[in-house]
Design a protein around this ligand. Structure first.
Ligand SMILES: *Cc1c(COP(=O)(O)O)cnc(C)c1O
Length: 475
């Protein structure tokens, strides 16, 4: 046994003060780091005793090894964050959170086998699409429905199946780009449909579509929800009802990419005067598609509803296989839709519905509760302020929601620096910086998040304007 080597093994305190481990305190608790350090030191000791180690690295190198182990084992690249931005369907933060009960159901389905493509009554092969068709039809009034991986895929399949090699009229005011990669004209080219541009950027009239049918042989009229922008001033577009009147004689199809549409009744979340899926189907749209994780409040998916013969053709397209929805999204979708049948349940259990339907009074109460919790930790200046929140997700570009936030300040930290430190907390907090204020919006901070927000603020306030301590004794 080499006594000299054993003596060279660093003490836990020394190791914890090394930079690689101090750095980890943004992502791990002190105890997690200490445990990892201890067990690494133990294995070094055993290595020496077994005569397997000829030398011991300097403390900094040992700390690096501990950090590597901890990082690879404990931290994920994809992890939960706290959304304090007030943007309900935040495109960069995973859009729609699932309700707790829905998440539990998904976990249950995920943890074992399920009847994804098995007909339990007959004991034979079934279809994954059968699990949700009936309920989608019930909610939307559609004749038939199916679901694919996402809405961009739904649009592509709809065009590829129904319009390949044929002309499709789209208003110049609706040839939009969504989320940086979904561009309507490019999707059309890829699908094999021929784009017939009609109208101008701000105004498109019925006569423009009529000419596309009569003179350019359009076999379908496609409407696209402009999603992430709103036009004001002298604008004109043609409604689904007008389009279907126009299309009737020629037999052209009326297709509509709604992007974001709710599965719950609009009044539930105060979205009155918004178009509904039921409404556009009643007005004569042949196929309508929309996302599962925007206003639908569920998991990623592209939902297609409409005429049975057309939906069946889309289902039979070979490419559908490449865009098929997975079992976890299906489980989330089915349960979310069941909850949406009952407005009370939807408000309680579907976070998107809950957040959109919160009244200003309710939000002020939530902000005040957060404010009080922050007051209790000390070291943070705080104030409840009125803010405008956004539905987000390109769902309602012209809607701003009255809300409340807590504005927070820590002495010695510029707003941008405080924003950064919140983002680096062990559960990252994404805040909004507006007019030199760091705002924590009460609408999107979920009930269970308040404690973690306070813990992060408390840590930031303790460290204050200085750099985190680089060393010191074991805490
Ligand atoms: C969001 C959106 C899409 C893309 O939907 P994904 O679910 O992100 O694939 C397509 N069209 C419109 C109008 C949209 O708003």
């Amino acid at each position: 046994m080499d006594q000299r080597l054993l003596m060279q093994i660093p003490k836990v305190d020394v190791l914890l003060a090394e930079e690689p481990l101090v750095r980890l305190e943004a992502d791990f608790t002190h105890d997690q780091i200490k445990d990892a350090a201890r067990s690494h030191l133990q294995s070094l000791r055993e290595g020496v005793l077994a005569g397997e180690l000829a030398e011991i690295d300097p403390p900094e190198k040992v700390a690096e090894a501990v950090a590597r182990t901890l990082e690879s084992r404990g931290a994920y690249s994809l992890r939960p964050v706290i959304n304090a931005t007030g943007v309900v369907l935040h495109t960069n933060l995973g859009r729609s959170p699932l309700g707790e009960a829905v998440a539990e159901h998904v976990a249950e389905v995920a943890a074992g086998y399920c009847n994804l493509e098995y007909n339990l009554e007959r004991g034979e092969r079934g279809s994954r699409y059968n699990h949700v068709e009936r309920i989608i039809c019930e909610i939307t009034g559609a004749e038939a429905a199916m679901v694919v991986n996402n809405n961009a895929g739904a649009v592509f399949l709809m065009l590829n199946t129904l319009c390949k090699g044929q002309g499709v009229a789209v208003s110049r005011g609706e040839q939009v780009e969504i989320g940086g990669s979904f561009r309507v004209p490019e999707i059309m080219v890829q699908s094999g449909a021929r784009l017939i541009e009609v109208g101008t950027t701000n105004k498109t009239h019925e006569a423009d579509y009529a000419r596309a049918i009569g003179e350019q042989g359009a076999s379908a009229l496609l409407k696209v929800h402009p999603s992430n922008f709103a036009m004001v001033g002298f604008t004109e577009s043609v409604s689904v009802a007008q389009l279907s009147d126009l299309a009737r004689d020629s037999g052209a199809l009326v297709l509509y990419d709604m992007g974001s549409a709710p599965l719950f009744p609009n009044e539930v979340a105060g979205l009155d005067n918004q178009e509904t899926i039921r409404g556009v189907l009643r007005d004569g749209a042949d196929v309508v598609c929309f996302s599962g994780d925007k206003l639908a409040g569920s998991a990623q998916g592209g939902i297609l509803v409409g005429r049975r013969d057309l939906i069946e053709r889309i289902r039979a397209n070979q490419l559908t296989r490449m865009l098929r929805i997975d079992k976890l999204s299906l489980a989330a979708l089915e349960m979310t839709m069941q909850l949406c049948r009952d407005p009370r349940l939807a408000r309680r259990e579907v976070p998107v519905v809950r957040m959109l339907s919160m009244t200003a009074d309710e939000l002020r109460g939530r902000a005040e509760a957060l404010d009080e919790a922050i007051a209790a930790i000390g070291g943070v200046e705080h104030e409840v302020v009125a803010v405008k929140d956004e539905p987000g997700g390109g769902s309602l570009p012209d809607v701003l929601l009255d809300g409340y936030a807590v504005s927070v300040t820590v002495a010695g930290l510029a707003p941008a620096e405080l924003e950064r430190r919140l983002r680096e907390a062990s559960t990252p907090i994404v805040a909004r910086v507006s007019k030199e204020q760091v705002l924590l919006s009460a609408r999107t901070i979920m009930d269970g998040d308040v404690e973690r927000v306070c813990a992060a603020l408390s840590e930031i306030a303790q460290v204050g304007g200085e750099e985190p301590p680089a060393g010191g004794a074991e805490r």
